[in-house]
Design a protein around this ligand. Structure first.
Ligand SMILES: Cc1cc2nc3c(=O)[nH]c(=O)nc-3n(C[C@H](O)[C@H](O)[C@H](O)COP(=O)(O)OP(=O)(O)OC[C@H]3O[C@@H](n4cnc5c(N)ncnc54)[C@H](O)[C@@H]3O)c2cc1C
Length: 674
């Protein structure tokens, strides 16, 4: 199947085939929701302590999901082989998380409960997540805080010494635990020290600077991985009884995002090509409070934590002619606090997808602030000059709370803003604009977090399970740690109990030989093209296509066009990319090229997924599907399913398997934050 840039006759249905429905067979659906996890744990098989040391577990990833799982399974007595591409497990991207982690502790006595966290999360995800998984997430959320406090994580405390909470978007309770603007860092240090304890005890073997390139599926089960030692360039294999991928999100398909520069899709994409279905690839979270892009040479965007929306007020000038003025000269009467105006109940704390879209609309109307930038108008195709920024203003909070209190809460975020922009947010409002931040899609997993490849599990941001079509703030850390500390340690033994008599495998197995040969051939191919364009120039172009056509607003014709453009770009990449250096030794150009090759395939699947979902839900906003007042319009009668994609076969078309979403406990409603 080929479509090119000029091809306007292609429809969504030409690009994929429909396969059989898929269902989660592991959640005990006959139990009441609040008994389900207990029931699953009770029926799960166990492995006795003396057998555990005979079983090997590969975990790829040392972020909150992978690090927590490795520490926990090591502590239980299994032998864990833990991989990451950074020079230390402690540098996983989770360390960047700023704002906080949710838990239904109800410390504020403001009406919170497990059920309310469950309800808020399902609603926040625009009714596109499984009830079963989300309820479990809410249920174990309180344990996460106890676990982390026991590890010594220095959560913020109130004057009296009790743990403090703040609010995040999309909810009306304060349930977010935080450590200033460094929550991810403190949580990761907690997980890391637990992990290092196991490394010292000999239950976990750590392989830093090893990048997984493929999964070895032998006799129908995941039994190992192929990695590249990033220092020597050697291609190596590792084998185990079960493989867990906790490899983070793929937001860098957009080139510019708030993710760490190294974040990529390779591990899950390679697994997808070996048979793991990919869930909801098009669901991307665009975060409303990021520092606007300031130049063409920029390779990363910076998040300003959502916690700032607790005290900062978002506004744009009422009149276009005021947009170039110093904000301090614009009187109150001429300011439009548009979120407070449109959504009086939630105000500045509406969910991220809504806050992002409204910022876009304000700028589309010509009421954005900051420097003018040239861009292509999606609707008309014309080049236009627009300002892409809105104000986040702390003047009220500074008057109300005082400089010292604001500094205590947000000081490090204010410093970061000043260092990057040269502007002092204590004196002049911050300028912010939405940016790609998180990917709700990922490998499809069942209730046990097992993918469609037996013995291959997936956790944290790398799986699709809990966030639906939009992620509420502070729920990714919750999910990563729930998966790592509480879910996998219960479900992995159930799988391993059946592996005690499994024959060990090694490089002589045909599946291993095939995977090793495929990795070597691919690496060699990248090194021998020796074309004229740098890896980054291809990546930037892919990012522009994705942002323009598969970003905050998506349209039928734009997505078809994007697919053609991506196919052309991919063909150019494989004939004209220039990868400098050699296969042996450290070669960052080679690392980036290999990751980009996977992004170039994933980007196409994201567009196909966005094309087939002719509705708006959460972060997936189809311009053709909106209410009269411009809000997302779902079509539950047609799209109440998870898209689980099977990799393209000979005909080049991926297959869509639909997992129907069944809501027994929550009534489907139109999301309203007004
Ligand atoms: C700037 C920023 C701020 C955020 N703030 C918050 C917040 O306040 N609250 C919240 O809930 N969420 C927040 N998030 C989201 C959250 O941080 C992430 O979703 C979460 O940390 C992901 O954890 P993870 O363990 O799934 O993956 P990661 O932390 O990304 O870890 C991935 C691991 O996999 C390894 N890896 C990947 N591919 C390979 C490979 N091929 N071979 C070997 N190793 C591999 C990496 O080396 C790494 O160890 C934020 C995100 C960003 C970008």
């Amino acid at each position: 199947m080929s479509t090119t840039t000029a091809d306007t006759t292609v429809t969504a249905e030409d690009l994929y085939t429909i396969g059989a429905e898929i269902h989660d067979a592991k959640a005990p659906l006959d139990s009441p929701l609040d008994k389900m996890w207990g029931q699953r744990k009770f029926t799960a098989k166990l492995v006795n302590p003396s057998n555990r040391r005979k079983l090997n577990i590969i975990i790829v990833g040392t972020g909150l999901a992978g690090g927590a799982a490795a520490a926990s399974l090591g502590e239980m007595g299994y032998h864990v082989l833990n991989f990451c591409y950074q020079d230390s497990p402690r540098r996983a991207h989770s360390i960047a998380a700023q704002g906080g982690i949710n838990a239904a502790k109800n410390y504020r006595n403001d009406g919170d409960s497990t059920y309310r966290l469950f309800y808020d999360t399902v609603k926040g995800g625009d009714y596109r997540a499984r009830e079963t998984n989300v309820y479990r997430l809410a249920e174990v959320s309180a344990n996460i805080i106890d676990q982390c406090v026991a590890q010594g994580v220095p959560f913020a405390r109130e004057y009296g010494g009790l743990l403090d909470n703040r609010s995040f978007g999309g909810v009306q309770v304060s349930r977010t635990f935080y450590a200033r603007g460094q929550t991810g860092q403190q949580l990761l240090i907690g997980a890391y020290q637990a992990l290092e304890r196991q490394v010292a005890a000999g239950t976990v073997s750590m392989y830093a600077r090893h990048e997984m390139q493929d999964v070895i599926v032998a006799d129908g089960r995941a039994r190992g991985i192929v990695v590249r030692d990033m220092v020597t360039g050697e291609i190596q294999t590792y084998y185990a009884d079960v493989v867990i991928l906790a490899t983070g999100g793929y937001g860098n398909v957009f080139f510019l995002s708030t993710n760490a520069m190294g974040s990529n899709t390779t591990a899950i994409w390679r697994a997808h090509k070996r048979g793991a279905f990919f869930g909801n690839p098009c669901y991307t979270q665009i975060h409303p409070t990021c520092i606007p892009q300031h130049g063409e040479y920029q390779s990363k965007l910076t998040l300003m934590s959502e916690s700032l929306r607790n005290d900062g007020r978002i506004w744009v000038p009422k009149r276009v002619e005021d947009c170039s003025k110093d904000p301090r000269e614009i009187p109150e009467a001429d300011r439009d606090y548009y979120l407070e105006r449109i959504y009086p109940s939630f105000g500045n704390l509406v969910p991220r997808d809504i806050a992002s879209r409204q910022a876009k609309y304000m700028c589309d109307e010509g009421r954005g602030v900051g420097p003018e930038v040239e861009e292509v108008d999606q609707a008309t195709g014309q080049k236009v000059l627009r300002r892409r920024g809105v104000y986040l203003d702390f003047a009220d909070a500074l008057n109300r709370l005082g400089h010292k209190a604001v500094e205590a809460k947000y000081g490090n975020l204010f410093d970061m803003y000043q260092q990057i922009t040269g502007e002092n947010p204590y004196e002049t409002p911050m300028r912010i604009y939405p940016a790609v931040h998180y990917t709700m899609g990922g490998l499809w997993v069942d209730y046990d977090l097992e993918t469609t490849i037996p013995g291959l599990f997936c956790a944290g941001e790398a799986n699709f399970a809990d966030q639906g079509a939009n992620r509420l703030g502070a729920s990714a850390l919750m999910q990563g740690l729930a998966d790592g500390y509480f879910v996998l340690p219960e479900t992995i033994p159930n799988y391993l109990a059946g592996m005690l008599r499994a024959e060990p495998i090694d490089d002589s197995h045909p599946a291993a030989q095939e995977a090793i040969a495929a990795v070597k051939e691919r690496t060699q191919k990248l090194l021998t093209i020796q074309g004229s364009r740098s890896v980054d120039s291809f990546h930037k172009e892919l990012g522009r296509i994705m942002w323009e056509y598969c970003g905050m607003e998506r349209r039928e014709e734009g997505l078809v066009r994007a697919i053609g453009l991506i196919r052309d770009l991919r063909a150019d990449f494989w004939t004209d990319v220039k990868v400098t250096g050699e296969g042996v030794g450290l070669n960052q150009a080679l690392e980036r090229a290999a990751r980009l090759a996977d992004f170039l395939e994933l980007g196409e699947l994201m567009c196909i997924d966005a094309l087939q979902r002719r509705e708006s839900c959460g972060g997936h906003f189809r311009a053709e599907s909106k209410t009269p007042d411009g809000e997302a319009l779902r079509h539950d009668d047609q799209f109440l399913y998870v898209s689980a994609w099977e990799a393209a076969g000979e005909d080049g078309k991926p297959t869509l398997h639909k997992e129907p979403l069944v809501y027994k406990n929550i009534e489907l409603k139109t999301r309203s934050y007004k």
